[in-house]
Ligand binder design. Sequence first.
Ligand code: FE
Length: 194
Amino acid sequence: MGLHLPDLTRTPKLRSFVDAMGLLLQSDPVESRVMQQGKALLGQLIQHDDWLPEAFSIVNPERYQQFLLYVDPKETFSVVSFVWGPGQATPIHNHTVWGLVGVLRGCEQSQAYRFNSLGECVPDGPSVLMHPGDVDCVSPLAGDIHAVSNAHRDGVSISIHVYGANIGKVRRNVFREDGSAKEFISGYSNLLVD
Ligand code: FE
């Protein structure tokens, strides 16, 4: 059994993106270069909302969905569509690897968090409203903890995420505002196929 993934021959924009990301990462660049150049590449991918296949944009009224779109054979990076139903939100969480988040459809609200001297998890600066075409970065170096929500209370939002690992398998944490942490592995929402 494997995950149902998009056919890259039918999604040339996604294919160009993963080819370009693969080339960028092959050169084993420093994180700042991945962020800068990856941000530009993701910005191009989300410039037009005309390529994401239907199967990877399906809303689940119960919870936000994370569909794997691509992972390279060495699991150096993964691309995920994040599909938000009305009012859905993540808990406060980290990633442990670099990540890029670009809004394709709708609107997202993103709030960064940090640990204060008392060990509490507190908002780090104002929350940011992200519109289609906007790209945000997370990483252990640049700030790795945030909570994200669909800014639309009555509509769907979709963002495209890129991470420096097969993110669905990564052991990471959700946090409460008192600073307590719980480990989680996100997995993916894709249909399973033989
Ligand atoms: Fe996140």
